[in-house]
Write a protein that binds this ligand. Sequence first.
Ligand SMILES: [Zn+2]
Length: 278
Amino acid sequence: MPELPEVETVRRSLVPVVLNKRIEAVEILYPRILQGVDEEDVRDVLVGSEFTALSRRGKYLIFELLEEWELIAHLRMTGRLIFYSNGEIPLAKHTSALFDFGDDGQLRFEDVRKFATLNLVKKGNYEQIRGLFTLGIEPLSADFTVEAFSQMLEGRQATIKGLLLDQTKVAGLGNIYVDESLFAAQIHPERAAGSLTDVEKERLHQAITAVLEDAIANQGTTISDYRTGYGQEGTFQNKLLIYGKKGELCPRCQAPIEHTKVAGRTSHYCPRCQVTKV
Ligand SMILES: [Zn+2]
């Protein structure tokens, strides 16, 4: 599933090619992609309008439109937003929606598993999009300080893995980057969040930021479906140290890597250098 670095990579790749172009036509090929709005309303607002900005919150992409509207996309499991410079290129089999810029190409929303979503709202009116409305701190923003992170963990009985996956706490993290961050900080995924020492909190805070930045610099992680806005694979899968590495040797201490279920998710860790102390 695309996480913050993948969604941010899609955003950065689309900004130069989809903004300030007149939307000539909209086609919704899989109507259930639309949440709380019908095809006709989407067409009424979008056709003749332009995307004026593209921002990201957590794993949501926010396409700002003229006249105070916003189109909000979530890729979920297998969604891809890909720009095609030529609208004559045949549609991929699982194309759910497309936005046609005439001679200036097409933005296509492709999705094999069909969990991806599109919402249309008045600017900033996110109450109806629960996941967006309740998002926690953006981990690459100035708000994500060691102090704010420490407070978030204070007294929490939940596992640190579960807490980091909770989008209402830190926005945009998923299974891959939580495992990589915990490995970098040498913290076991099953530790109670509130049990981390000040040093560990600082180390984890630093690890989260560094892992996300490195993943964005590498255009995200392609394990199966994820592609950039140009249809290319990311390269961070080549830099993963712990995620998906069960049975391989820990790059830090050479102990065999293990996995276990934490917060309902398969979690990879090194049993020697991510020791449970509490
Ligand atoms: Zn190790």
